[in-house]
Design a protein around this ligand. Structure first.
Ligand SMILES: [Fe+2]
Ligand SMILES: [Fe+2]
Length: 299
């Protein structure tokens, strides 16, 4: 059986932005990107959708007033309410109310994990949806509670012969590490703990992250790491992922039909930086063996 799903992340909807903030984001046009993403995703008729967080521009850098934050939550919910496939969310570091650090409005509007939720999405396939912000609203931590919850989910999945797809906002393995940098620069706090747990939790076949607005498709040990760029600037798109019984995971990157927005975003950066965000061809449209999935399916 083939499972086909969409991965999108970092919509960063801002209702009243008067500047675009850090590249490649184009926050003054975030409404256009949000609106355009719905028919583009619906056209794929996927089995389900994953959203990797940073739906809005709340806590962290943006300092949105509470009334605008509340408005943005409602607007994203109404817009994504038109998506035809079931959608599953995790929170990002910009999804709380910047004024209070509260996730209450987000959690009462969207179904989000308090710590870690496990959801059946296809025969023999489950999402493990992680909330990295249950301790601190703007700095992601792979906490002891998350670690224990993932181990419980792994035991249950092994017992049932199911595969887990871990969804979390921040990165697990670093990108560029310069001399003198901490190895885990740019990763979730306690990424080392998470990596050690992933080695043992063999039902986790792949992980899905956003946050750094970069496309990356990697086989780390026997786990597929999928990092996806933002929906509000270059390369301005989302992934369609196909998981086959033979154990192969294939990505196709779909670019939103917003040519002016894309050109404006590209014009903000050098070619080198734009390539960094977009990733290499195989980061966008690659196919890799997911060895753990192959073992589970017997493919
Ligand atoms: Fe983001
Ligand atoms: Fe983020």
């Amino acid at each position: 059986m083939t499972i086909r799903f969409v991965v999108m992340t970092d919509s960063h909807y801002h209702p009243t932005a008067i500047r675009d903030w850090g590249a490649p984001k184009m926050l003054t046009q975030s409404g256009e990107a949000l609106e355009t993403s719905v028919p583009a995703v619906n056209a794929l008729d996927a089995d389900f959708i994953i959203h990797g967080g940073d739906l809005v521009c709340g806590g962290g850098s943006f300092d949105l007033p509470t009334d605008e934050y509340e408005h943005s939550i409602r607007h994203v919910a109404e817009t994504y309410g038109r998506l035809q496939a079931p959608i599953h969310y995790v929170p990002g570091n910009h999804d709380c109310d910047a004024q209070t650090g509260s996730f209450d409005s987000l959690f009462s509007t969207f179904t989000m994990p308090q710590i870690l939720d496990v959801v059946d999405v296809a025969p023999g396939v489950r999402l493990a949806l992680a909330n990295l912000y249950h301790r601190d609203p703007v700095t992601g931590h792979w906490t002891q509670e998350l670690d224990e919850a993932l181990r419980v989910a792994d035991l249950a999945a092994k017992k049932d012969g199911a595969a887990l797809l871990l969804v979390l906002h921040e990165w697990i393995a670093p990108g560029h590490v310069r001399p003198g940098d901490d190895y885990d620069t740019g990763c979730v706090v306690h990424a080392d703990r998470l990596r050690a747990t992933l080695v043992e939790c063999s039902s986790v076949v792949a992980t899905f992250s956003g946050h750094r607005h970069v496309n990356r498709l990697r086989l780390w040990r026997d786990i597929v790491l999928v990092d996806t760029a933002c929906l509000v600037g270059h390369p301005l798109g989302f992934r369609e992922i196909t998981l086959d019984d033979d154990g192969f995971l294939q990505s196709r990157f779909h670019v939103l039909d917003c040519p002016q927005l894309l050109a404006s975003s590209r014009a903000r950066c050098s070619n080198e930086m734009n390539q960094h965000y977009a990733g290499e061809e195989l980061d966008r449209n690659g196919v890799v063996l997911a060895p753990r999935y192959q073992q589970i399916t017997g493919g």
